[in-house]
Ligand binder design. Sequence first.
Ligand code: LLP
Length: 437
Amino acid sequence: QGTMQINDKGHLEIGGCDTVELAETFGTPLYVLDEQHFRQNCRNYYRAFIEKYDGVVLYAAKTLLTLAVCRMVAEEGLSLDVVSGGELYTAKKARFPMERVYFHGNNKSAAELQLALEYNVGRIMVDNPHELQMLNRLAGEAGVRAKIMLRLTPGVEAHTHEYIKTGQIDSKFGMVIENGQAMEIIKQALALDNVQLTGLHCHIGSQIFELQSYTHAAEVMLGFAAEVYRETGWQPGEMNFGGGMGIYYTEADKPQPVSKYADMLVQAVQNLAQSHGLAVPRVLVEPGRSISGPAGTTLYTVGAVKNIPGIRKYVAVDGGMGDNPRPALYQSRYEAILANRAAEKPGETVSIAGKCCESGDMLIWDIELPAPVPGDILAVSSTGAYNYSMSMNYNRLPRPAMVLVRDGAADIIVARETYEDLIRNDVVPERLGGGRV
Ligand code: LLP
């Protein structure tokens, strides 16, 4: 699906652009986003859920959001899941249609909720009773009736890394079904004047390959909806099953086709609704990683190569946990090739080190590559999701630029940070000599 290939110079090419030339022109580290691949991933969801089942697909902004990304998502007909005032503001500035923006978060501030009301977002995904009451008050003050969905914890555990499991009962997200708290918040919401409850939400985890996890979640959620209907007479017009579809990082990962995911989930919802005597709700999903992840590649320049005979060869690159904290945070694994020697056979096992002052800053342990030398360009794949969006300035490393590539054209969509940017918000008090620098 991507537009990656090896060109006649033996260089990795993405979107018709020679990545070695990209590295020369824009510098490294460099995030490269393959426009066609990103759009293709959006279209797979569009066809599978929207066209076929009249569903709603919310692209999870937390995986990768910039103004240009907002434009592409809007053009592809998807909606947007945002989780902060900052993401909301970005969507607004990109002129994303606000009725297609859904606002998530387990601890939204009053100011964030006010902004969401002012922008008139499509839905506010309420997480807890404190937020429900606050939103009801703020909506009343603003003279509007906010459309909301409630986030529930269905107790479904998806098989994935511990830190990214959010469906179990012991979770900071949502209200637990089993202990009655979910029923309680629904009753509260139904009794309030300034909110209108349209449906229910759950998210069972991320980087999931077991489609059964979703049908299991559907069973729990529809079973609960039937109970709610019996007790209150209300039934959800829409059910949101969150995101989570896994992508390929290494050969251990076996992604499932989006169409299969859609068919399994939507048909399960339809059957369950019918068997419980409920109207069939509209199905919403919130894919993030499976749209942005595979469309991104990061280019680095190899610097020091340090061999510890009989132990390990460390190949250091000019980025690392600052631009991709995932290996350090989750022990995530990635694949890479030498972009300038893409046709060469691997010759040795090396480990890729980042440049942060931290032993844990290792991008890839034990990877087979043609013996890397200083100046080689390393291309790490599947870095589109949770890389730029989780990047940081540890060690005062400026964040990389991002280019959008397509049909041989490369456009900057995020400028490289400068040293000037790094001190922009620093202030020196008078007693230390004063003033801005
Ligand atoms: N919806 C909700 C409510 C979520 O919490 C998430 C992800 C998504 C949708 C999107 O899930 P996706 O399709 O991308 O799996 N930083 C971690 C992942 C954290 C996931 C947080 N929630 C990582 O880098 O693996």
